[in-house]
Design a protein around this ligand. Structure first.
Ligand SMILES: Cc1cc2nc3c(=O)[nH]c(=O)nc-3n(C[C@H](O)[C@H](O)[C@H](O)COP(=O)(O)OP(=O)(O)OC[C@H]3O[C@@H](n4cnc5c(N)ncnc54)[C@H](O)[C@@H]3O)c2cc1C
Length: 376
């Protein structure tokens, strides 16, 4: 597999890096509990929203690897802004791009690509987290309306979303439909604050009626089809860990040769040198695993996508946490103080090991592919 970049891709990475350094660096790590609206606007102006989506609907038509390279370039500088990139191309927008009718695509994708609207995904429930198939939110059809009843939990930054892709139990199985924040019967019931200081919401649907053309997919096989769109999603979660780890590593390297104790830079103590070497090894390896997994998704190799994206997610989630732990150790008390970038990233990276399917559930998925198909 060849990861060498062509001239256009090199230019793309350079443009994203320059933009991030010029416009996102200064306020990076200050977005706790807030949404970087000004950065969303900059991304929209440069055509960097919805870059994975169909060009016919305002998207960039980029391959998964290209989208990840942009996300990485921006995530190294400002993870909260990189999250906007993935949120505009992955999750709900991607599912609509892949599975939606022209009506749904026309209604939602151009405004997402233009930075005029944001869509969240609502799958988890109080009693159905890893076991999403146990969800109890229902969608029943009466004439030309769908009536949704139930509750969804842990929805990321719900206060900024104009619409939600809601997974629900139809009479013929679990499917998905779009509910807009302005729909009657929809309520953002409660907002919790996670360890990274970001909001996660509880949505309530109480006799929430929407037209049937809001249904994205339903039927016996709908859940399996929806979950397949999640393969590439795992790469984005993983790349967030890689880029944050890289930021922490670069800071640690500089600090280790600047900070002196016992009359010499702490980077000259072998125990610190080895930490730095281990950080570099794990970041390089995770990065390659993520790009390789994204390429398998692009090639549509079938079951191997499932295994490779899970392998990449588990590895990147775990090294992300380890690199941030090591970085905090290198920075000592400085890195432990509230508001320090290391402290910020330490809290941020932890959530990705749970979000998008826990590492335990990924291991279950890898094991079931191995049991069924063997090793590629
Ligand atoms: C930062 C963040 C953002 C999120 N954003 C969203 C969002 O936008 N939309 C949304 O719908 N949800 C979102 N979630 C929810 C997320 O999808 C769930 O937290 C996740 O699926 C796990 O569910 P749970 O938290 O209920 O844990 P549980 O499923 O209760 O699991 C608890 C523990 O048991 C383990 N476990 C469970 N079953 C098994 C098993 N079969 N084998 C081995 N171990 C098992 C898990 O791995 C975990 O360690 C988000 C979560 C986080 C942390």
């Amino acid at each position: 597999m060849d990861f060498s970049l062509d001239e256009t891709q090199r230019l793309l990475v350079r443009t994203a890096t320059e933009l991030a350094e010029a416009e996102f660096a200064e306020k990076a790590f200050t977005w706790e509990g807030e949404f970087p609206w000004e950065n969303l606007e900059s991304l929209a102006d440069r055509g960097l929203l919805g870059i994975a989506l169909d060009e016919a609907y305002g998207g960039g038509g980029m391959t998964p690897v290209e989208v990840l390279l942009v996300q990485e370039a921006i995530g190294r500088v400002c993870p909260d802004t990189a999250h906007i990139i993935s949120r505009s191309s992955m999750g709900a927008p991607r599912a609509i791009d892949e599975l939606g009718t022209p009506t749904l695509k026309e209604r939602y994708l151009p405004s997402i690509c233009g930075g005029d609207s944001i869509m969240s995904i609502a799958i988890s429930e109080a009693h159905a987290g890893s076991d999403a198939a146990a969800m109890s939110t229902t969608a029943t059809i009466e004439d030309d309306e769908v009536i949704v009843e139930g509750q969804k939990h842990w929805v990321t930054k719900p206060e900024v979303a104009d619409a939600f892709l809601v997974y629900a139990r139809f009479p013929d199985g679990i499917g998905a439909l779009v509910i807009e924040a302005s729909d009657a019967g929809f309520e953002l019931e409660r907002t919790d604050v996670n360890m990274a200081g970001h909001h996660q919401g509880t949505l309530r649907f109480d006799d929430c009626r929407v037209p049937v053309d809001r249904i994205l997919i339903r039927g016996e096989d709908a859940l399996v089809t929806l979950l397949k769109t999640f393969n590439v999603e795992r790469c984005h979660n993983a790349m967030m860990c890689v880029s944050v780890a890289r930021n922490a590593f670069e800071r640690s390297l500089e600090y280790a040769y600047d900070r002196e104790q016992f009359g010499r830079p702490i980077g000259e103590f072998q125990v610190i040198e080895h930490k730095l070497a281990d950080m570099a090894i794990s970041i390089e390896t995770a990065r390659l695993a993520v790009l390789y997994a994204a390429e398998t998704v692009n090639e549509g190799s079938g079951w191997n996508d499932r295994a490779q994206t899970s392998i990449a997610k588990v590895y990147a989630n775990e090294i992300g946490e380890q690199v941030l732990t090591d970085a905090m150790q290198i920075f000592g008390a400085n890195g432990y103080m509230q508001g320090h970038p290391i402290e910020y990233m330490y809290r941020l990276v932890r959530g990705w090991k749970i979000a998008g399917g826990t590492v335990e559930i990924q291991r279950n998925g890898i094991a079931s592919v191995l049991a069924k198909h063997g090793y590629r």
